[in-house]
Write a protein that binds this ligand. Sequence first.
Ligand SMILES: Cc1cc2nc3c(=O)[nH]c(=O)nc-3n(C[C@H](O)[C@H](O)[C@H](O)COP(=O)(O)OP(=O)(O)OC[C@H]3O[C@@H](n4cnc5c(N)ncnc54)[C@H](O)[C@@H]3O)c2cc1C
Length: 484
Amino acid sequence: MIIKDDKDMILSYLEDNSGLLNGQADMVYIPEDVEECSGLIASLYEKSVPMTFSGAGTGMTGGRIPTEGVILSNELLKRMELIENKDGVQLKTAPGMRLEEIKDFLNRKGYFFPVNPTEESATVGASASNNSSGSWTYMYGSMRDNITGMELITRSGIKVVMTKENPKFQGDTLFLKEFFFQTLERPLYQMPEVKNAAGYFSKKDMALMDMIIGSEGTLGFISTLTLRVLPLPAKVIECIIFFEKEADAVDFVIQVRSYKKKSNVLRPRALEFFNKDALLFLKEQHSHIPEKAGAAIIFEQEVFDLSLEDEMLEQLLFMADNSKALSDDTWMADTPERLENLRLFRHSLPSLVNEKFKRKEFFKLSTDSSVPNEHLSSLLTYYNAEIRRSGLPSVIFGHIGNNHFHVNLLAKEDELEKARALYKSFMEKAVSLGGTISAEHGIGKLKKKYLPILYGNQGIEEMKKVKRYFDPKNLFNKGNLIDL
Ligand SMILES: Cc1cc2nc3c(=O)[nH]c(=O)nc-3n(C[C@H](O)[C@H](O)[C@H](O)COP(=O)(O)OP(=O)(O)OC[C@H]3O[C@@H](n4cnc5c(N)ncnc54)[C@H](O)[C@@H]3O)c2cc1C
């Protein structure tokens, strides 16, 4: 085990992409295998030392920023192997593997992992802990939908082995032998039926694993994961379709979604969105964005049967024309090199915004809400009207297939109060439409004060009961999600 206790060496572990400051920790432990890790957790717990788990530090909500105690980093827990069982081929992986390492390994073997968060340097343990997702979530769901097994190191150092079948709640309760058969009660709030990464997952008869996924390290340390993998398609086609008007881009998405229900030819795995301000921002690096573009949709589809490729493209262009797209300006990629260029294009917006934010050119408040399909247009209309009224600069982009947008409000110091009020009202609006306050980045420390908007004070009390069951001394990731 590597131990860092020099103040300068700890500094980089005290930040992530949330912009939160003032992290405090005495030292960083970097275990080199899982046994070392479980021994360490048991001994720290016994001594009542608060411990914050750390991945690569790309989180957006301060989840890995410690308030006190020590840091336990997963960075050297790095094993992975393909396994084959009754459910087919799967990937068994340690939590410190980065998503890009998993992607390279699987691609070389002819497979891919169907969850693709934009930030590929993130670790898979943290991604499970946050229930992360990406553009392909439109087709394949989030981490929760693609994890088939897990091991959780609990406060006593014991590992609880979990699958989708076992352990499972009987209705609203569960008795775990690892916790002396004490009763665990699930929160009784109603989860929004949208892409969601806010708070403890809760559903009648659910698997315990589904609650651990997305619990942001507050219930224990994820030490092993088994992931669903899929065979690589023969080809992937991705295009960026530009529209003069945002409403036409939205119309295109609605058309494609309704057509997808009947067609087995047009089946996108991703539908992504940039508004006009986002395109203007991107023009700094990509001057060839069409002058007239007022919005863009990124459409991505796997082709398993090459004989259907032409038909699929025909249908896609027909729909784009129908929605008044600037069809002559469409960018198309179907070779690995061009696909990588488009991936970098897509990635460059959040990175550009984050860089400017880190250089303190402005403060950034970034929403992460999603809403049910029927509220897509009304949500965007609401965002646009309120932003216009506020006069604040902003960019809107995100996973429009899941009605999930990141509205980045870019405020100067003297505009912060106004920006915060707007930011909160956007979350309230999304929840009032049956949506969530966080669809993928989680709650961490940054958004916990807003969690009652979604689950009410009663819901927060029920989450606290879950926390106390796993962590009665409140030592795991103290300050994330809820305060005890
Ligand atoms: C440019 C950019 C783009 C992004 N795009 C996406 C995106 O498309 N989708 C998305 O979902 N997120 C996205 N993110 C957010 C971020 O990458 C994810 O939240 C990711 O899961 C963080 O991984 P990490 O290894 O950096 O974790 P960290 O930031 O180090 O930690 C995140 C959380 O995980 C906990 N944790 C770490 N390891 C463990 C463990 N073994 N057991 C239990 N808890 C643990 C930490 O305590 C913390 O609460 C983006 C971030 C950036 C900067």
